[in-house]
Design a protein around this ligand. Structure first.
Ligand SMILES: Cc1ncc(C[n+]2csc(CCOP(=O)(O)OP(=O)(O)O)c2C)c(N)n1
Ligand SMILES: [Mg+2]
Length: 611
């Protein structure tokens, strides 16, 4: 069809696409020219903002574009050369924050996120809440137009606010709205420092449209030096007292949660546990303790707490839950520990508590409460324990035997239903282990399928990077991609178990992984539904003495079943599946690993048992 005919017919055909391309080229050449009346801005304020951002050492800025930061976007690309920071194109703001969240845990430093002030920040908010709950730094820049007399009529009004941070203020550690470039420099550096000081948290800085787009008028702008605070160690005398209690105990227990920030934290906890020959329960907020160490007793949490006389809590997010059971839905409470148990807690929790969001969990007193960063406090505590110089080797022997029994029990439990289809999550875990055991692997999201923590030998901090923090579903996919990006620089092989429901909140992150060549193996835990919610419904139906078989209604993601391999392939990600036969998983993983090792993401979809 001729263009003329098409225009006459007024219908779209393949030729229409060609027309659109031609028009885009025309628009592009126009855009390169100045329009009548244009005043050239030689050095926009956003260039200086890039100077500031560069001093922070941010390697990446994850973003979904928006005109409220169009000048800053352009400055990052052209003035900053799109290097340190480099923009990561995200198809949803929640994915941008999720990526920054996962990245920070793997890289040990924050990623930037650039958001369209109102609507972008609204999309991003759950991701920010997850990062808040997980005590992870994210450096957020939100574009906004404050001066009403300068706003373009229409959309810019809909996308402007008086107070851009208001809607997330309860779950960022600090925010500011700079009204001058000097103000921007000082607040950005302050925000970075605050975000990276434990307890680490997201921060938000507004980037005003006029400040970005206007010529730099100010003279003598200065960027303050970036110096990070050293985390605080708990009071030395209190640590000495803790050492006395722990060495005097018959049955001490150590429980660690969001404690280790890096391998040093793991090493220091091993040293303390060995000095005491005390069992360690790793709750998994971070990888705190090697899973094959004879003092690792993570599966024995309840029995250990029941028998303990002293319990040491290290950055435990839910202290009450360690000592109490709470039946659901009858809410019967039961204190499970000995009445005389002594509780020691080392945490920064008291420093960052806020009133509205309830992530601080139920109040649990500690007999010795030490405000300080647990990782920083461990060496001094271990030193005090060693000074007392008691020998606990007999206890160590008993614990070694109990550890072996615990691991054997986990292996036996994992073998149940080995050959069934749909595949069990334990078999899924074993197949992945078979594929990666000789590699420098990292399980980038480690809370959704928990078998790995029970079955795989883990020694390194990067081998289990925890979960979402706030259980806001939708973290697992972007969190994995962000962590994989950090792991790429370290030469680590990133793998993740990807739940189906989680992926479908914002599956465009697969495209981001393909586009930015982020090597990551997604192994789908595809149970074709929101299974946790199925269990809730089944429970309710049983209690109401009604039909349990209808629990899938409202919770199923089936009929039609989503073809995750096609979903991935359509975004440029190599993929296979759906696999139903457990024996087919291993060979598919081998093919996927080849792709991942070549520097790209890959996805293997496996139809699994619910849990
Ligand atoms: C944003 C958000 N919406 C809803 C929920 C409630 N929720 C908790 S678990 C869950 C199911 C998630 O499904 P999937 O990721 O497939 O995991 P599965 O339970 O099937 O293993 C849902 C919807 C939530 N936690 N977060
Ligand atoms: Mg599911």
């Amino acid at each position: 069809m001729e263009r003329r005919d098409f225009l006459k017919a007024g219908i779209g055909t393949a030729t229409a696409a060609a027309t659109v391309v031609a028009q885009a080229a025309e628009t592009k050449s126009k855009a390169e020219k100045l329009l009548p009346g244009d005043i050239v801005v030689e050095r926009p304020g956003s260039d200086f903002m890039v100077d500031v951002i560069k001093t922070l050492g941010l390697e990446y800025i994850a973003t979904n574009p928006g005109a409220s930061f169009r000048s800053l976007h352009e400055s990052v690309v052209n003035y900053g050369g799109n290097r340190k920071p480099e923009l990561l194109t995200c198809l949803h703001e929640e994915s941008a924050v999720g990526m920054a969240h996962g990245y920070a845990k793997a890289a040990g430093k924050p990623m930037g996120v650039m958001l369209h002030g109102t609507v972008g920040l609204q999309h991003a908010s759950m991701g920010i809440y997850n990062a808040w709950c997980d005590r992870v730094p994210v450096f957020i820049i939100a574009g906004n137009g404050l001066d009403a007399s300068q706003r373009r009529p229409g959309t810019e009004w809909n996308h402007s606010v008086q107070d851009v941070a208001l809607m997330v203020r309860d779950y960022v550690k600090w925010d500011d709205y700079p009204v001058s470039l000097q103000h921007f420099a000082e607040s950005a550096v302050r925000a970075y420092k605050i975000a990276t000081t434990p307890p680490c948290e997201p921060v938000l800085i507004g980037a005003d449209i006029d400040l970005q787009e206007d010529e730099i008028h100010a003279e003598g702008l200065k960027i303050p030096k970036v110096v990070q605070s050293r985390p605080p160690q708990g009071d030395r005398a209190a640590l000495a007292e803790a050492a006395k209690w722990l060495t005097g105990a018959e049955a001490p227990v150590i429980i660690a949660d969001r404690m280790a920030r890096d391998q040093q934290g793991v090493r220091d906890l091993v040293a303390l546990a060995e000095a005491l020959q005390a069992p360690v329960v790793d709750l998994g907020g971070r990888m705190n303790f090697p899973t094959q160490h004879p003092l690792c007793h993570s599966d024995r949490r309840r029995e250990l707490v029941r028998d303990a006389d002293v319990v040491l809590l290290l950055e435990v997010s839910d202290p009450w839950g360690q000592f109490n059971t709470f039946s659901d839905p009858h809410k019967r409470q039961n204190f499970i520990a000995k009445k005389e148990v002594k509780i020691i807690s080392i945490t920064m929790q008291d420093v960052y508590i806020r009133a509205n969001y309830q992530d601080f969990q139920r109040y649990q007193h500690a007999d010795l409460s030490i405000s300080g960063d647990a990782q920083t406090s461990l060496p001094a505590l271990a030193e005090e324990v060693k000074k007392i110089g008691k020998n606990f080797s007999a206890r160590g022997e008993k614990l070694r035997a109990a550890h072996n029994t615990m691991r054997a029990r986990a292996r036996d439990a994992a073998a149940v239903g080995w050959d069934t289809s749909p595949v069990t999550t334990a078999r899924l875990t074993a197949e992945l282990w078979g594929a990666i055991k000789g590699e420098p692997w990292s399980l980038v999201v480690s809370d959704r399928v928990t078998w790995a923590r029970r079955l795989w030998p883990m020694t390194e901090h990067h081998q289990a990077l925890g979960g979402s923090g706030g259980q806001g579903v939708g973290y697992a996919a972007p969190g994995a991609v962000g962590a994989a990006l950090a792991n790429k620089a370290k030469g680590l092989l990133s793998v993740t178990f990807q739940p189906d429901g989680d992926l479908m909140y914002a599956p465009g992150v697969l495209w981001t992984a393909a586009y930015h060549k982020i090597p990551l193996l997604f192994l789908m835990h595809n149970n074709r539904g929101y299974y946790q919610e199925v269990m809730h419904l089944q429970r309710m139906a049983s209690l109401h003495k009604r039909r349990v078989d209808q629990a899938w209604i409202g919770n199923t993601i089936d009929n039609p079943a989503i073809d995750y391999a096609k979903l991935a392939q359509s975004q440029g990600v190599w993929a296979e599946g759906p696999i139903k036969d457990p024996k087919a998983i291993g060979p598919a993983l081998q093919r996927a690993l080849k792709v991942v090792k070549s520097g790209a993401p890959a996805l293997v979809d496996v139809v699994c048992q619910p849990r």
